[in-house]
Design a protein around this ligand. Structure first.
Ligand code: CMC
Length: 433
């Protein structure tokens, strides 16, 4: 018999069914609550206790520090997989065969040409513009250059499915070009086109780092590090940007427009923008003499707005498994590249202090994915204001997978309710009377 809970309101009992996931998580299905109770809704600012959907993409157990994409552990994927394999897995549900993987890559390469007029838009941005703002705008502009191909409708479902696939490979093909162009423009370098003989990750690095009039020499350490970072960032179930992508797409807005809003949501320092904020924080601690204790005290002081960036997570209350992998990778990459970065030591000292400090222990605040990732990006030669852009590049398969799942499951438009706390009715009186 299916489980249910009973809710008593003013002596009347309402039965609500319990939904159970494949990992035994339970949720009270309140979809009938408002109609049954004559208008009562639930309220949960920040959706701390609210499931917005049922999803088969990513499983996360925040108490145990478990993260799996389509059932595969993040540890195994980060160690053994190729980013494009993971992208295929997240989007389509299964690991690709070699033939499917090759076709996917070929289709992405074919779809990677970016309209020359987009270069003109890029040129119009001021030099000081933040790369996340540029990327979000250029991604949105892709809609104008590739109009209305991404509508899924029931009139011609087969054609819609093909259009959706075409859009998916376009996103994965064109956005890396936009990312690398944004970087090159900022650094006064001529724009570089992709090289079809290279792997997906290898090509991103070449488009980014190829020096004018010089042969490009691939660095396997950078390839391995970027592949790992992109996989670790590829999905994280209903986080702020993914929920944004799903909710924008739920109005049947297209894939480019939805991903552009995901990029904007990711930009904030409480979400993906934390990787930039962590690096800036570590730098200012270094410049201030490296006194980590002083900053620990500031983070705990409720009258001080300072927070220890890269610490804490809405869902992980044990450790963030991605942070564990990235910490080891940071040591490896810096070692392999022969980089000695003093801020790595400051980061380790902060982590050590936080892990034994009652404030952080009681609140279950652990380093998150963003705490060490910036140190790796910096060692790779990527400037600080590009860190969140690199995160966005990794998150593309997750955003696409969730958008596709939401549309194929025909989810209703996302439209929360509210409890109104403003003025009651009052008659209009104009200042002009
Ligand atoms: N430094 C100091 N105190 C903190 C921190 C922190 N980084 N994070 C949380 N707290 C405290 C917070 O003040 C609150 O204390 P109290 O119970 O006394 O009021 C308690 O811990 C719970 O925090 P919260 O803000 O209610 O938790 P939340 O789930 O709403 O926020 C968070 C989660 C990630 C936004 C938050 O921990 C934070 O701001 N961390 C720093 C920014 C950061 O690293 N963000 C990246 C997140 S992971 C990657 C991603 O999402 O893209």
């Amino acid at each position: 018999m299916s489980e249910k809970v009973s809710l008593k309101i003013n002596g009347e009992t309402f039965d609500l069914p319990i939904v159970q996931g494949t990992e035994q998580e339970k949720a009270i299905n309140i979809s009938s609550l408002r109609a049954a109770t004559g208008g009562i809704i639930t309220i949960d600012p920040g959706f701390k206790n609210t499931g917005s959907c049922q999803s088969g993409i990513t499983f996360l157990d925040g108490e145990k520090g478990v993260l799996r994409y389509r059932g595969y552990s993040i540890e195994e994927l980060a160690e053994k997989a190729d980013f494009l394999e993971v992208a295929f897995l997240l989007i389509f549900g299964e690991l690709p065969t070699l033939q499917e993987l090759n076709k996917f890559h070929e289709d992405i390469k074919e779809s990677s040409i970016v309209d020359d007029d987009i270069r003109k838009i890029l040129d119009a941005f001021p030099k000081a513009a933040h790369p996340m703002g540029i990327l979000s705008s250029l991604t949105s502009a892709l809609t104008a250059f590739n109009p209305s191909k991404d509508q899924i409708n029931s009139i011609n479902y087969e054609r819609s499915k093909q259009a959706l696939y075409d859009n998916i490979v376009m996103v994965l093909g064109k956005i890396p070009v936009l990312v690398t162009w944004t970087y090159r423009k900022k650094h006064g370098l001529p724009l570089e086109y992709g090289d079809n003989n290279l792997g997906y990750v290898e090509n991103i690095l070449k488009m980014m780092f190829k020096k004018p009039n010089k042969d490009y020499v691939e660095n396997p350490v950078l390839v391995k590090a970027l592949n790992k970072l992109l996989i670790l960032h590829a999905d994280h179930e209903q986080n702020c940007s993914t929920s944004t992508v799903r909710i924008v797409g739920s109005s049947h807005a297209g894939l480019f427009a939805s991903i552009s809003s995901g990029i904007s949501a990711l930009w904030g320092p409480l979400h993906g923008g934390a990787n930039q904020a962590v690096l800036e924080m570590l730098e200012s601690i270094k410049e201030d003499g490296g006194d980590t204790k002083k900053y620990m005290a500031k983070a705990k002081d409720k009258s001080d707005p300072f927070r220890l960036m890269g610490f804490g997570h809405r869902v992980y209350k044990n450790f963030d498994p991605r942070a564990k992998i990235i910490k080891v990778a940071a040591d490896e990459v810096l070692n392999d590249l022969g980089v000695d970065d003093p801020i790595l030591e400051i980061a380790k000292a902060l982590e050590k202090e936080a892990l034994s400090d009652p404030y952080f222990v009681d609140r279950k605040l652990y380093p998150n994915v963003d705490f060490y990732s910036g140190i790796i990006y910096r060692a790779m030669g990527i400037p600080v204001d590009m860190f969140t852009v690199m995160f966005a590049l990794g998150r593309l398969p997750g955003w696409i997978g969730h958008w596709r799942e939401m549309r194929l499951r025909k989810e209703p438009i996302g439209r929360p309710r509210q409890v109104y706390t403003g003025n009651s009715y009052r008659p209009f009186e104009s200042c002009r009377d």
